[in-house]
Design a protein around this ligand. Structure first.
Ligand SMILES: Nc1ncnc2c1ncn2[C@@H]1O[C@H](COP(=O)(O)OP(=O)(O)OP(=O)(O)O)[C@@H](O)[C@H]1O
Length: 311
């Protein structure tokens, strides 16, 4: 094998580009996923995440540029490469009426004989009933079948497209534990998501794409520090927006009757202290909004030649 787990880079994209006719899927992607790291691949719907993943696996051919995955050319070494990858597609289409156990046994055999104990153990952790025919399973349970087949052979590289979609919160946590365990075992994980929170819990770094272009590559810690929230404060009377507009981190202040709405980038403290000069009835703070986080990255990286790929 060309690649070993001691090699530094598990995935390298260079000017990776795919156009569907004149429509941009992804353009000019330069990205490195380091061996042993968990990289989140974040972006809103249509940003180019699935296109990128399909290019890495040679399910699509690039219009321009190239990818190297586990030291291999996905096009030339497709079969060898796929043996070392655990892949969860974004859209799962399982054929036939067979039971989950039968399908997973097929996958286990085709991967050189994965011990059934391993498969059963994963299914149990994800609370997947293996005796059910696949076509009777809910979306979330089908997703679990997809996860079991991706993880079962402890692949060097896991490429997961929207892995938590359809999973309930408890199972999302179990999935995140599986990712942490994979990382601890030295496996590399590249997972797409449009949910910032789940990526924040597990990833070392995130790559953010929007409109088919890489907007930023950041360590997760710095992403959290820049989290943007929308805050709504209900007072017992009207307040003057001018009191709030120049506070550090506070922007987009609007006042409608007794309700003040604004956006806060970073700590809430200055806003809370200013609000406390009045009678506060209620305060609502919305979860950091991914789109707003994107926008803050977007504006920060605008004008810069591109984003620091080694962030
Ligand atoms: N087969 C296709 N034919 C034409 N356009 C496509 C095709 N697949 C994707 N696109 C377009 O390419 C762009 C990127 O799509 P892609 O599916 O890669 O985004 P995504 O980030 O994975 O989004 P989602 O989270 O919705 O899956 C979108 O504008 C999409 O409409």
């Amino acid at each position: 094998m060309l690649w070993s787990m001691t090699d530094d880079i598990a995935v390298r994209a260079e000017d990776l580009t795919k156009f569907y006719g004149s429509r941009r899927g992804i353009e000019g992607l330069d990205l490195e996923v380091r061996t042993g790291e968990v990289m989140g691949f974040l972006g809103p719907n249509g940003a180019g995440k699935t296109t990128t993943i399909r290019l890495l696996l040679d399910f699509l051919r690039p219009t321009r540029g190239r990818a190297t995955v586990l030291g291999m050319d996905p096009r030339r070494d497709k079969a060898a490469l796929h043996r070392h990858i655990g892949y969860l597609p974004g859209e799962l289409a399982f054929p036939g009426r067979e039971k989950a156990a039968d399908l997973l046994r097929f996958f286990a055999d085709s991967r050189g004989g994965v011990a059934w104990q391993t498969v059963a153990g994963l299914a149990e952790r994800l609370e997947l009933d293996l005796s059910r025919p696949i076509h009777t399973l809910s979306k979330g349970n089908k997703q679990k079948v997809g996860l079991v087949q991706a993880f079962m052979h402890s692949p060097a590289l896991l490429i997961l497209d929207e892995p938590t979609s359809g999973l309930d919160p408890l199972m999302q946590q179990e999935f995140l534990t599986l990712v942490r365990e994979a990382r601890a075992a030295g496996q590399t994980v590249f997972m797409s998501s449009h949910v910032l929170a789940e990526v924040q819990q597990t990833a070392d770094r995130v790559a953010i794409v929007r409109d088919g272009r890489l907007a930023a590559v950041e360590r997760v810690e710095s992403l959290g520090r820049r989290a943007v929230r929308t805050v709504e404060i209900h007072f017992d009377g009207t307040v003057d927006p001018a009191e709030f507009g120049s506070l550090p981190g506070v922007s987009d202040v609007s006042v409608t009757g007794p309700v003040l709405r604004c956006t806060v980038d970073g700590r809430l403290d200055p806003l809370i202290k200013a609000a406390a000069r009045h009678e506060v009835i209620d305060l609502l703070s919305a979860e950091p909004d991914l789109e707003e986080t994107f926008l803050s990255f977007y504006y920060q990286s605008e004008g810069a030649a591109d984003v620091a790929p080694g962030a």
